[in-house]
Design a protein around this ligand. Structure first.
Ligand code: C6P
Length: 405
């Protein structure tokens, strides 16, 4: 059975009628929809087991703690981390990148260099700008080539003995470019830089394996991978996490506290101050279970086929521009496009009138927009429940927009 036929009935929201049409949801890159398994796991948790975690020895406290820590095991398995201590829960990708930047930031000195890329989402730029401003560090960006792939030769020229951090996206949320993580990590390591990978658009769509990628940090959000909002993952390689002081403090991230000092808790709790997102962790476990049952290789193949069909179809419509690497190059489940004569927001509004949800705008990647010479784009992003027939609907609708001009 095709993946969309197998999964569609699991997503209650897909019953919605929008603008008089059955919903076609092509905005999973912003936030995916949730299968019933996730919604029910969270309701059941609140109905049966809710209490705070790591604090209370009563039955509910123990149950909640067990469920929360089971999520860590699920994530460890899902991303191939060597140990559960390497999995730290955050509020999402932005929160994880902020935590990393603040933590590394404390060790930066004037003139130290942070290398990013032109592909970055603001969440992997602004935290570095904040610490660079405070510490007198310098930010440099590796450019992209005309085809939307990263210019690795230029990246090499940016790496120096002063480079302390190389922070880059695994998959661009605009161009769908897949960066060669292993290769970049090897280059960064040759100058002893710490590698930080933004996996927000990768982890939901392909098998990611920390032991194979070899990066120091990898972050992503649950809400883009069929899970709930409010929780994300910061993977940190054990020796690197061990070497860092916590960036934020309070609550259960300590072993012993005096008025003027404290002894930190063990990993991973040292990096999890405050009451964590417990129900969200339960939802994340369910989302991971759901994806694992489908199989990430099957998910990737399904979404790759949708992406290919969309790119080929849009490129064949006169007056439509598709951005990003050619199909021959590996791409994420993202297609950004422009329709001549229409502002991206108008494209999104007109498609919405036909029940088709796409995102339009700068996609929180303004430097990339500037590089492309556009104010924004329209963008379709895919998930397990999308079908080739929905792609055909999008293509017909976009062709209709052009024809009506
Ligand atoms: N991109 C999009 O529509 P949060 O919001 O913290 O879960 O994720 C931030 C983020 C970080 N990196 C990348 C590559 C991303 O794509 C995102 C989120 C959404 O493209 C919302 S702007």
């Amino acid at each position: 059975m095709k993946l969309d036929e197998q999964t569609r009935g699991d997503f209650p929201i897909l019953q919605r009628i929008v603008s008089g049409h059955p919903l076609v949801y092509f905005d999973s890159g912003a936030s995916s929809q949730k299968p019933r398994a996730v919604i029910e796991a969270m309701s059941e948790y609140y109905e049966r087991s809710h209490a705070n975690v790591h604090r209370s020895i009563h039955t509910l406290g123990e149950e909640a703690t067990e469920l929360y820590e089971l999520a860590r095991d699920a994530v460890q398995r899902f991303i191939g981390a060597t140990s559960r201590e390497e999995v730290v829960f955050t509020r999402g990708t932005t929160d994880g990148l902020g935590l990393i930047a603040e933590t590394i930031g404390r060790t930066l000195k004037r003139g130290d260099e942070i290398v990013v890329t032109e592909l970055e989402h603001h969440s992997n730029l602004i935290p570095w700008q904040l610490v660079a401003r405070d510490r007198g560090a310098v930010i440099k960006a590796a450019p992209i080539l005309a085809d939307g792939t990263l210019d690795l030769a230029a990246l090499d020229r940016l790496l120096t003995a002063r480079t302390r951090v190389v922070a880059f996206t695994h998959v661009s949320n605009v161009l769908g470019t897949v960066t060669p993580v292993v290769d970049i990590v090897r280059r960064a390591r040759s100058v002893n830089a710490i590698t930080v990978v933004d996996g927000a658009q990768a982890a939901p769509h392909m098998r990611v394996d920390m032991s194979a990628l070899g990066c120091d940090f990898y972050v992503f959000s649950a809400h883009k991978m069929l899970g709930p909002t409010g929780i994300g993952v910061m993977y940190g390689r054990r020796p690197v996490l061990d070497s860092f002081e916590p960036g934020r403090g309070g609550s259960e991230m300590i072993k012993e506290v005096w008025i003027d000092r404290a002894q930190w808790n063990d990993l991973p709790w040292r990096f999890e101050p405050g009451t964590p997102p417990i129900a969200e962790a339960v939802g994340l476990t369910a989302a991971i279970g759901y994806l694992e049952k489908l199989g990430m290789d099957r998910v990737a193949a399904h979404e790759r086929a949708l992406t290919r069909r969309t790119i080929e179809g849009l490129a064949a419509i006169p007056g439509v521009t598709v951005y990003g690497p050619p199909l021959a190059v590996d791409r994420g489940a993202v297609v950004a496009f422009a329709v001549d004569g229409l502002h991206p927001h108008d494209v999104a509004a007109l498609l919405d009138a036909e029940g088709i949800a796409v995102r339009a705008g700068h996609h929180c990647a303004m430097p990339l927009m500037r590089r492309l010479g556009v104010v924004g784009t329209s963008r379709a992003t895919f998930s397990v429940f999308n079908s080739p027939e929905e792609v055909s609907q999008l293509l017909t609708a976009v062709a209709g927009l052009r024809a009506s001009l």
